[in-house]
Design a protein around this ligand. Structure first.
Ligand code: X90
Length: 276
C-alpha cells in the first residue's frame, strides 16, 4: 500500500520528512517571464524583479495533468489545495482524482479544499502525516482531517500592500487602495475561503496586537502556529514573541513564503495558520 501526501505550492510546504510528499507548483506569469513555484525559484529575486516591472502579472494554477503525474504509482492519496474560491487548483485536482480512480479502481484519492492559503495548509499537512503514521484507515483519515480543517484551524494575514491581489481580481480594488497608504497594514482572515480585510492598522505594533487579539477571539489558546512571511523575518519574530509571552509552551514556527504567496502577500506580508 503506497500512501502519499500532496499539496499545491500555495502551502509554502516544499518537503516533508518520513512520508512520500510532492509539491505541485503554481506559476507566476508576466509578459516577459514565467516563474515556477518550486524550491529552485529565487523568491527574493522574483519579488525585486516584479517591483521593478510595470506590465501585467498574474498567476496560473496546476493543470489536471500535473496532479495526475503526482498521483502516479500511489494507492492512497491525500491532497491539500488552496481555497477553491480564489483558484482553479481544487477543481483541477478533483478532475484528476476522478480520472485516476477510473484508471486505478483500487486507488483512493481525497482532495481537501483548504478554504485557505499558506501557513494554514501546513497545519493540515502535518495533521495528515500524523494520522497516517498512527495507521488509521483511509476513511478515518478523511473524516478526521475534514473535522480538523473545519473546527480546529484558522488563518490571519497582515499585508502592507494589496496591489497584486486587487489587480488580479482577488480583492476589492477600493479596499486595496486604502490599504496601500504608507504605513497602513491590513489585517484579516479567510472566513468563507475568501480574503476578508477586516482591520486597517497604523504601524507594525498595532497590526501585531490586533492580529493576536483576533486570534484569541477566534479561539486560539496555545496550540501550534505557523507564521509564513515574505522577506520579513523581523516582524514574524516579533509576532512569535508576542504569542510566546502569553503562551510559553506553544509551538510557533516561522517559514519563508514560496513564490505564489510572495506574489500575492507581497514584501513584508505574513500569513498565520493557527490551531483553535
Ligand atoms: O489559481 C491561481 O492563479 C492562484 C490564485 C491565488 C489567489 C489568492 C492567493 C492569496 C495568497 C494572501 C493572504 C492570505 C489570504 C488567504 C485567503 C484565503 C496570500
Amino acid at each position: 500500500m503506497k500512501v502519499k501526501i500532496i499539496s499545491d505550492s500555495s502551502s509554502n510546504m516544499f518537503s516533508m520528512t518520513d512520508v512520500d510528499f510532492t509539491s505541485v507548483p503554481l506559476r507566476i506569469v508576466t509578459n516577459d517571464k514565467e516563474y515556477v513555484d518550486t524550491t529552485e525559484l529565487d523568491v527574493p529575486g522574483m519579488v525585486s524583479d516584479l517591483s521593478a516591472y510595470n506590465g501585467r502579472s498574474g498567476t496560473a494554477c496546476p493543470g489536471v495533468g500535473d496532479y495526475l503525474e503526482a498521483f502516479e504509482g500511489y494507492d492512497e492519496i491525500y491532497c491539500v489545495t488552496i481555497t477553491s474560491n480564489l483558484s482553479g487548483s481544487y477543481n483541477a485536482a478533483m478532475t484528476a482524482k476522478q480520472q485516476y480512480e477510473e484508471d486505478h479502481p483500487d486507488a483512493k484519492v481525497h482532495i481537501i479544499d483548504s478554504l485557505s492559503a499558506g501557513a494554514e495548509l501546513k497545519l493540515h499537512l502535518n495533521k495528515l502525516k500524523s494520522l497516517i503514521s498512527e495507521g488509521k484507515a483511509f476513511e478515518d483519515v478523511v473524516s478526521e482531517i475534514e473535522d480538523y480543517k473545519e473546527n480546529h484551524t484558522r488563518l490571519q494575514f497582515c499585508l502592507e500592500s494589496l496591489h497584486n491581489l486587487a489587480n488580479n481580481g482577488r480583492v476589492n480594488p477600493a479596499v486595496a487602495k486604502i490599504a496601500g497608504l504608507v504605513g497602513l497594514r491590513m489585517v484579516g482572515d479567510a472566513t468563507g475561503g475568501v480574503l476578508n480585510p477586516n482591520d486597517k492598522c497604523r504601524g507594525e505594533k498595532k497590526a501585531l496586537s490586533t492580529l493576536f487579539s483576533n486570534m484569541k477571539k477566534a479561539g486560539y489558546n496555545g496550540g501550534t502556529v505557523f507564521i509564513d512571511h515574505c522577506l520579513n523575518d523581523k516582524t514574524a519574530n516579533s509576532l512569535k514573541e508576542l504569542i510566546l509571552a502569553e503562551f510559553p509552551n506553544a509551538l510557533v514556527e516561522l517559514g519563508a513564503m514560496g513564490g505564489l504567496c510572495s506574489f500575492y502577500a507581497e514584501k513584508g506580508g505574513m500569513i498565520i495558520g493557527y490551531e483553535i
